[in-house]
Write a protein that binds this ligand. Structure first.
Ligand code: PAF
Length: 295
């Protein structure tokens, strides 16, 4: 292991080094947390590290820009990479170890296994990014099995991803508690995302309309209005605000992500959206709670 270039945070590139560090913590009776990331860290990622630190004695952040979750026409090559800055930010919030394997360490020659989570992976981003959740599920399974943390923290910003991970952890009996961290937003409501760096100044003025329109739709759904007309009006408002394309604006069951015609009285729902401003694809989601006191 070596120190991070910009600070005292140890960096493990080799899985053996990672496992030795975690084994030493375990031998000392310490609880271990994991925050998987693809780097280009912002305050949202750092809030996940803080959440992990509240639930574990030692926290590993992983940094791996996972090629298998990007489609052929997507931004894998352009995805922002800033390991030295990321390591300094992680050290500043109290993270204990950065695990930053290279692609050959993650996917050695002959690698031939894919984890597929049916149900929650289908629809929404699953329709618009074929193969994306297989890539996520496979790399997250590998990270969980390499670190074997007590707790792993993922952002609610990627809500469908979080439900995919909850499902795979339950189905594969992985001994880890999955925690969702609340979305962190700019003051104008735009959800923090590494991809916000792609926005031009003009696109940045359009982008907050996503959260604004979703909040209006969420309020209407909360009043019990039928989802169809509310969401159609929401899509029209997003296009009028300057979005080039709305891939989806959908009301779903908060756990299974099954489609809903209206907010159910007895269980939580989630409003989810993906829309493009210029060439940048933004996603966001909001809770649509069940009626208070009915379950
Ligand atoms: O959310 C992300 O940054 C990635 O999808 C994850 C969970 C680190 C897997 O590559």
């Amino acid at each position: 292991m070596s120190d991070a270039p910009n600070g005292p945070l140890p960096v493990a590139r080799d899985t053996g080094d990672l496992r030795r560090a975690v084994a030493a913590w375990r031998a000392a009776g310490l609880r271990v947390g994991l925050v998987p990331t693809m780097g280009a860290l912002h305050a949202g990622h750092l809030s996940l590290v803080t959440l992990a630190l509240a639930r574990a004695d030692r926290v590993v952040a992983s940094l791996f820009v996972n090629p298998t979750q990007f489609g052929p026409a997507e931004d894998f090559a352009a995805y922002p990479r800033a390991e030295a800055e990321d390591a300094a930010k992680l050290a500043a919030v109290g993270c204990h170890l950065l695990y930053a394997p290279d692609a050959a360490t993650m996917y050695p020659a002959g690698f031939a296994t894919t984890v597929t989570v049916e149900g929650v992976s289908r629809g929404l981003c699953g329709d618009h990014r074929p193969g994306h959740f297989e890539g996520v599920a496979t790399v997250v399974t590998k990270l969980l099995l390499r670190v074997l943390p007590d707790v792993a923290v993922f952002g609610e910003k990627d809500y469908q991803q979080l439900q995919v991970i909850r499902r795979l952890v339950a189905d594969l009996d992985l001994p880890v508690t999955v925690v969702g961290g609340p979305t962190v937003r700019e003051v104008d409501g735009l959800a923090l995302s590494s991809r916000n760096a792609y926005l031009t100044a003009e696109e940045r003025t359009i982008a907050p309309a996503l959260y604004r329109v979703m909040t209006e739709c969420g309020d209407a759904l909360q009043q019990g209005l039928a989802a169809g007309p509310v969401l159609e009006a929401g899509i029209r408002r997003l296009v009028a605000a300057g979005f080039a394309e709305v891939e989806y604006l959908a009301l779903r069951d908060a756990e299974t992500l099954a489609p809903l015609d209206a907010r159910p009285a007895d269980r939580p729902a989630r409003l989810l959206a993906a829309a493009r401003v210029g060439r940048t694809r933004l996603i966001d989601n909001l809770p649509v709670p069940a009626v208070a006191g009915s379950g």
